[in-house]
Design a protein around this ligand. Structure first.
Ligand code: FE2
Ligand code: FE2
Length: 193
């Protein structure tokens, strides 16, 4: 089954994106073993997380509408986020994934959301830290991901929010829901006001 999925994915995605997907699958499996999550599910979710990226960004919203995928107003304003919602549907329709936990992890891998499971968090983080990724601060994020998954995700939300604010870009509220969840339920709760 995995071989068929890889062959189909390889045909669908640009080469660089396919290599990234393999990297995310490997890193998700590794993190699952470190943090006590199902490694096979993590591998499959990692492999398929960007399965919608074969569709050009400017056609993804129309494709969501065609397939009956509902997008909220914020997601419609953030084109780079749309592929995760479309990816959930494509994983279901075209790769035969029925496991709700895997589908959710694909859906939440871009901006996260409320009540993230360990699998959701692993895919979110592995997407950023897999071995082919290269951006300023990636090493710090990789090191953080081995110390604690919640702290690593907080670091990445801080960076991405600062980046978007510096550009005067919209902040997707799901990222803030995830941030608040981590603050309220994590080990480092502090008074916000
Ligand atoms: Fe993605
Ligand atoms: Fe990705």
């Amino acid at each position: 089954m995995l071989t068929e999925i890889k062959e189909k994915l390889k045909k669908t995605l640009p080469e660089k994106r396919y290599i990234h997907s393999l990297g995310v699958a490997d890193e998700a499996k590794r993190l699952a073993e470190v943090y006590g999550c199902d490694a096979d599910k993590a591998y499959l979710a990692g492999l398929l997380h960007d399965c919608a990226k074969g569709i050009p960004t400017d056609r993804q919203i129309a494709e969501c509408d065609r397939r009956g995928v509902s997008l909220d107003e914020w997601t419609r304003m953030c084109p780079p986020v749309v592929h995760s919602f479309l990816g959930e549907q494509i994983a279901r329709d075209e790769y035969g994934v029925t496991d709700g936990e895997i589908l959710e992890a694909i859906r939440l891998h871009t901006v996260g959301g409320r009540g993230m499971t360990l699998l959701d968090k692993i895919i979110y983080l592995a997407d950023l830290t897999e071995k082919n990724r290269d951006f300023p601060g990636v090493e710090e994020l990789r090191a953080a991901s081995d110390k604690g998954i919640d702290e690593a995700i907080k670091l990445s939300i801080k960076r991405q929010t600062e980046f978007n604010m510096a550009k005067n870009a919209v902040i997707h509220p799901a990222a803030l829901y995830m941030w608040n969840d981590l603050i309220l339920n994590g080990d480092t709760k502090t008074e916000g006001h």
